[in-house]
Design a protein around this ligand. Structure first.
Ligand code: AVJ
Ligand code: FE
Length: 438
């Protein structure tokens, strides 16, 4: 983006906003109006809330704040304020109906594009190039991923369709590789659309460690289940065991057992659990228990990022595992092109220099780290994006899933959630300590 002439940057930005809107439209047109207004799970909003919330944020940040324009519908600000309205009560609010919500987001978008035409995109701070527009495109894509998770929780016949992901072409990968001890540059001070919590870049020393070359597969996870892992207190943290027991959790969300085989429901399709895909829909506590059972541990966030970005040949941190080039379908399973993770080994073109595969896309990966600010963190543009979530309650997830758009994933991108969450498209990979020289 930094090298694009102004006019191309404007076109790129408008196209990025349009791609997000096409996806929001797909996700909300796939079901009828009843389905849009109803709550499929207490954890999720009605789809029609997400849609109007997307418009409301765009109105507040682009139309009013950046554009200085008159409010379109100031009376609905509070209804779509995520902090004022807990998810569980959202269906009982006097929300815009489906037709009204569509009309509203369309009106906001026309004004936002007009603001884009009139606004200087370079404000002298090269790291914040057209940032407000990039942030709003990411915000819409994040809610699109949330809406995709709502679709996964919805009962009924399949309404979303997509081709199968590519097959594994990198075969016989080693189970793990060693990342050498030493410092690397974590986070970023130059990525134009990085969110506040990814900044600033800072050097971090990381001891040598071994990391899995791929996310943990369903087949491997099923071994843990069949070995009685969910009923063996040894593998679980105190909170994890409490959570497992209270909710009587015995397998990943959406799995069931029939005739001696594991089955799963995936966007309304019932199918055998595929052995070679990364496991998905596990909580942090389950990931942690699996790792303990396997004699391993989850990577820290710094370890994950070093495995993903560090280039031992130059000592530099890359934007992505494969280099500095934006993600393409050759690199990673992103953007809801496929409605599932791809088998491990399906993206040799996306491997890191050290040979770690599928760090970006497929499944979000739980790390052992709490969500905390980097040294020198400054909240931008508002405290409610990240700062209010810092602390021990949230664990960091990295790398994006098949449901994350490329604009909303980077080598530095940090997601966070409660350790009990399973409806998100989350899996994990394992790591272990190695002593120098091994
Ligand atoms: C970064 C995915 C945790 O969805 O709660 C959306 C992103 N922030 N609207 C979320 C977000 C405000 C956020 N996550
Ligand atoms: Fe939001």
């Amino acid at each position: 983006l930094v090298d694009l002439p102004d006019e191309e940057l404007r076109v790129h930005t408008a196209e990025t906003l349009e791609r997000a809107r096409d996806r929001s439209t797909t996700l909300t047109e796939a079901v009828d109006d009843d389905d849009l207004v109803k709550q499929h799970s207490k954890l999720m909003s009605p789809l029609v809330w997400d849609l109007a919330h997307i418009g409301s944020q765009e109105e507040i940040w682009l139309v009013r704040d950046v554009g200085g324009r008159e409010p379109l519908r100031p009376e609905i600000d509070d209804l779509y304020d995520a902090f004022q309205q807990p998810r569980a009560i959202r269906p009982s609010l006097p929300l815009l109906g489906p037709a009204e919500a569509r009309d509203y987001v369309g009106q906001v978008r026309r004004k936002a594009l007009d603001v884009l035409e009139q606004t200087p995109l370079r404000d002298g701070d090269l790291t914040r190039l057209a940032f407000a527009f990039g942030m709003i495109a990411q915000h819409e894509q994040q809610h699109d991923e949330t809406m995709l998770a709502t679709h996964q929780l919805r009962r009924g016949d399949p309404v979303l369709h997509a081709p199968a992901p590519p097959p594994a072409s990198a075969l016989d990968l080693p189970e793990e590789v060693v990342v050498p001890a030493g410092p690397f540059l974590m986070g970023t001070s130059v990525e134009p659309w990085a969110l506040d919590n990814e900044c600033p870049a800072h050097e971090v020393y990381v001891d040598a460690f071994a990391v899995d070359t791929t996310p943990v597969t369903n087949a491997r996870y099923a071994e843990f289940v069949e070995d009685g892992g969910y009923h063996d207190r040894r593998w679980w943290s105190e909170e994890g065991w409490h959570y497992r027991s209270v909710h009587d959790i015995n397998a990943p969300r959406f799995w069931w057992r029939e005739d001696g085989h594991w089955w799963r429901t995936r966007f309304g399709v019932h199918e055998p659990v595929p052995d070679d895909e990364p496991v998905v829909h596990v909580s942090y506590y389950e990931a942690e228990a699996f790792a303990a059972w396997a004699g391993r541990r989850l990577p820290t966030e710094a370890e994950w990022e070093k495995a993903a970005r560090y280039d031992p040949a130059t000592g530099r941190s890359r934007r992505y595992p494969w280099g500095d080039e934006d993600p393409t379908p050759r690199h990673a399973n992103l953007g809801q092109r496929h409605l599932r993770p791809a088998p491990v080994g399906a993206y040799p073109g996306g491997a890191s220099p050290l040979g770690v595969h599928q760090l970006i896309g497929d499944v979000w990966e739980w790390t052992s780290s709490d969500f905390r600010p980097y040294p020198g963190f400054v909240a931008f543009p508002y405290r409610e994006y990240s700062e209010v979530f810092f602390g021990p309650d949230h664990k960091v997830l990295r790398g994006g899933s098949f449901g994350s758009d490329p604009v909303a994933v980077r080598g530095t991108f940090r997601n966070w959630d409660f350790p009990v969450r399973r409806q998100i498209f989350a899996g994990f990979r394992c790591a272990r300590d190695v002593t120098a020289g091994v």
